[in-house]
Design a protein around this ligand. Structure first.
Ligand code: MN
Length: 242
């Protein structure tokens, strides 16, 4: 080996080491980004008191940091026990009839609350986008008539559950589900893409409204995040979301 060949091999060797080190780092970075299958309590997009006076800070704190946290933790335990790690919440719920009841209850609890927080926002007096308003007018006659029908669905749920506005293709429907069931579950009677929901478990309102569920439902309209709901309506129509 002459000097030039020697230097060349040293250089290439170093480059090789550098390249493989770089590749290893890249692989590690990609691995880090890859989801490990564990569900995390999603960040609340506003402060606990941001929805006052309609939804009080203490209720928000308990609802998020205790109830939603518990669904998330129990979902992780149930997924692990069932050997389903790696499936997304939507994947689990879309075939939830095949899985243990703990996946249905806690998967629903995890995803329903994740959506619910985003469907709320500090009161701004904003209204649905023109596109969504047109669709609500078409399906329900008017925004007020839609709210009335949604309110009735929410008020008449027996016990704990949720009321929903969902899109089923181009059709908008109002539905209700018991417990933590969701319109994205395969086993519910009326399926659809959730646009808007209200949690009507007593834990969502009892501290402030006690047994007056109807008052809570009326107050809820002040803190509906119409921007988010309108975006979901459009994204579902253009099928950019799942
Ligand atoms: Mn809840």
């Amino acid at each position: 080996m002459d000097k030039r060949t020697f230097l060349k091999s040293v250089f290439l060797g170093a480059a090789g080491v550098f390249a493989s080190g770089f590749t290893t780092k890249l692989k590690a970075a990609r691995k880090k980004k890859k989801w490990n299958g564990e569900f995390l309590l999603p960040e609340l997009p506003y402060a606990y008191d941001a929805l006052e006076p309609y939804i009080d800070a203490r209720t928000m704190e308990l609802h998020y940091s205790k109830h939603h946290a518990a669904y998330t933790e129990k979902l992780n335990a149930a997924v692990k026990e069932a050997g389903l790690t790696g499936k997304t919440a939507l994947e689990l719920l879309a075939e939830v009839s095949k899985y243990p009841l703990a996946i249905r209850n806690n998967g629903g609890g995890y995803l329903n609350h994740k959506l619910f927080w985003k469907m709320l926002a500090p009161a701004t007096g904003k209204q649905p986008s023109k596109e969504l308003l047109d669709a609500l007018n078409k399906h329900f006659g008017s925004l007020d008539a839609f709210k009335e029908k949604f309110n009735t669905a929410a008020k008449t749920v027996f016990g704990s559950g949720w009321a929903w506005l969902v899109a089923d293709g181009d059709i908008l429907k109002i539905t209700a589900t018991p417990n933590q069931d969701s319109p994205v579950m395969d086993l519910v009677a009326e399926k659809g893409f959730p646009l808007l929901c209200i949690d009507i478990w007593e834990h969502a309102y009892y501290l402030k409204y006690q047994n007056r569920r109807a008052e809570y439902i009326d107050a809820y309209w002040n803190v509906v995040n119409w921007d988010f709901v309108s975006q979901r309506y459009v994204s579902n129509k253009t099928q950019k979301t799942t």
